[in-house]
Design a protein around this ligand. Structure first.
Ligand SMILES: C[S@@+](CC[C@H](N)C(=O)[O-])C[C@H]1O[C@@H](n2cnc3c(N)ncnc32)[C@H](O)[C@@H]1O
Length: 219
C-alpha cells in the first residue's frame, strides 16, 4: 500500500497541475485503498473541493462465506475550484416508486400531505450510490478480456456530467481505453496514458474499430 501511495501521489499532483480551473477529477479505487487516497486527495485538492464519494455497487462474480460479499467500488469526485461543470440535465435517471398525477394543463406533480409538488424535470439527478450499472462479468458484448475493463455506462455518466463537447478528458491509467471511446462518442477531445504496451495496442485497435478513419497520435 505504501508503494502504491508513493506511486500515486506525484501523479495526482501532476493531474492537479494540468487540470483546468473549472475541471474535475474522478478517481476510481477499491475499499482497500480508498481511505488512504482520500487523505491524499483532500491534501492536494483541498477538503472544500471534495464533491462526492460515489459508491458503485453491483452483484455477480464470486463471494466468500466468511464475510459480507465485497460488491462495491469507490469513485472520488473532486473539483479544482468552486466553479465547475456539472451537466445534471444530461445524466438524469428515472424516478422510481413515485406516483404522479397530471393536472388540467398536463403538468405532472406528486402529492405530499395533500399538497402538490410539481416536477421540474422528468427524472432525478442520480444519488451518490450507483446500483444501475452492471460490471462486466459474463458474456457482455463490450467485454475485451482486459482484466480491469470498466463498463462504458460508468464512463459515459462521468464524462457527460463533468465535461462539455470539445472539452479535454484525460485518463492517465487508460487500460483498454474505455474512457477514450466514451469521450470520442460524446464529442470530447481526449488523452490516454498507460504504462502497458498491451493496453496501448488494445486501445488503438478498439478505437480504430469503433471509429474507422480516426487519426491517433501515439507517443
Ligand atoms: C484499473 S486499470 C484502468 C482501467 C481502465 N479505466 C479501463 O476501463 O479499461 C489501471 C491501468 O493503469 C495502468 N498503470 C499502472 N501503473 C501505471 C503507471 N505508473 N502509469 C501509467 N499507467 C499505469 C495499468 O497498466 C492498467 O491498465
Amino acid at each position: 500500500m505504501a508503494a502504491y501511495l508513493v506511486m500515486m501521489t506525484p501523479r495526482l499532483l501532476e493531474i492537479y497541475r494540468v487540470l483546468k480551473t473549472s475541471g474535475s477529477l474522478y478517481l476510481h479505487c477499491d475499499p482497500i485503498s480508498s481511505h488512504y487516497l482520500k487523505i491524499i486527495l483532500d491534501r492536494i485538492f483541498g477538503v472544500r473541493h471534495f464533491r462526492n464519494e460515489i459508491t458503485w455497487s453491483y452483484k455477480g462474480g464470486g463471494r466468500s462465506n466468511k464475510h459480507f460479499a465485497r460488491k462495491h467500488d469507490t469513485i472520488f469526485f473532486y473539483t479544482k475550484s468552486d466553479t465547475w461543470t456539472f451537466n445534471y440535465q444530461d445524466i438524469m435517471v428515472d424516478r422510481t416508486n413515485q406516483t404522479y398525477f397530471t393536472d388540467e394543463n398536463g403538468d405532472r406533480y406528486w402529492l405530499k400531505y395533500g399538497k402538490r409538488y410539481y416536477l421540474k424535470h422528468e427524472g432525478k439527478v442520480p444519488e451518490d450510490w450507483w446500483a444501475d450499472i452492471d460490471p462486466l462479468h459474463g458474456p457482455y458484448n463490450e467485454r475485451l478480456g482486459y482484466p480491469t475493463q470498466k463498463p462504458m455506462a460508468l464512463l459515459d455518466r462521468i464524462i457527460r456530467a463533468s465535461s462539455s463537447e470539445g472539452d479535454i478528458v484525460l485518463d492517465p491509467f487508460c487500460g483498454c481505453g474505455t474512457t477514450l471511446v466514451a469521450a470520442e462518442q460524446l464529442g470530447r477531445k481526449w488523452i490516454g496514458i498507460d504504462i502497458s504496451t498491451d493496453a496501448i495496442e488494445i486501445t488503438e485497435k478498439r478505437l480504430g474499430e469503433a471509429f474507422p478513419g480516426i487519426k491517433l497520435e501515439t507517443r
